[in-house]
Design a protein around this ligand. Sequence first.
Ligand code: GDP
Length: 316
Amino acid sequence: MEKSDKIFVAGHRGLVGSAIVRRLEGEGFTNLLKRDRAELDLTQERPVAEFFAMERPDVVVLAAAKVGGIKANNDFPVEFLLDNLQVQNNVITSAHATGVRKLLFLGSSCIYPKHAPQPIPEEALLTGPLEPTNDAYAIAKIAGIKLCQAYASEYGETYISAMPTNLYGPNDNFDLLSSHVLPALLRKAHEAKISGASELMVWGSGDPRREFLHVDDMADACVFLLKNYDSPEIVNVGCGEDISIRQLAELICDVIGFEGELTFDATKPDGTPRKLLDVRKLNGLGWRPKIALREGIASTYQWFLEHELEAAAPAR
Ligand code: GDP
């Protein structure tokens, strides 16, 4: 990639997109294209096609998606399926129509079967049934991977796909009903500490295991792949270690300084029992994460404190 390349980061206000913009700008890429939802609705075919025809980006990072935690995915499968299909279809077809040189599609670790071997290798894709609480989102993401691969095989396009594990960091969604577990517990621990509460409620049994990667590491991996990887075969992005939700809650309480008890709400779903990615492929290419979980939680908490009011607002 050249520093002068015109790079369209779709979803530049989100958790991943904003981290990729920070990373690219920090490295001296000066020609970034950004459009917020009011300027360009990516679910609409014609405006997206017109935008691409007018701007003709060299490179596209497709980080725009409807995302959410276990409850939002479970409650709104139509939106998670349809919005994501529309956004990715519009962006990918327009990229092809206007000669985009390289496109990075961002998937998710939830594309893999519920009972995939752990850690989950890339080859586990489509080898078994999905976890029902997020299968709509997963099906959309799998369709995006297949569309990128189809453009690669049929038209020779360089459309690559990265599958991140659970991400966290600045610009995350801290709304308790739609967020993922890490920002939810961070906010709950903060509010419990401030109010002097004696308990903090954790959803489910606390037994499921999840892997967490700071979004700045994810952005670093994305830029690494844009520079060093051209294959249509998907690549997992993770840190290679997981912890239980109970351990995560304890770590967050420790970092934040909440000393009350944890309680567990068995009426909430556990979701998939374990979701640890096999990251040997990415490691083999020469990439490693840099931000340890405790350190990442501490810096995300600082960010939350500085942006508390906007961060705690319901998801956009
Ligand atoms: P998932 O990784 O797709 O299952 O999505 P989440 O990040 O939303 O949830 C991960 C796990 O954390 C699930 O087992 C949840 O039940 C559990 N969990 C515990 N407390 C919370 C919470 O306050 N919010 C969310 N979203 N999940 C929680």
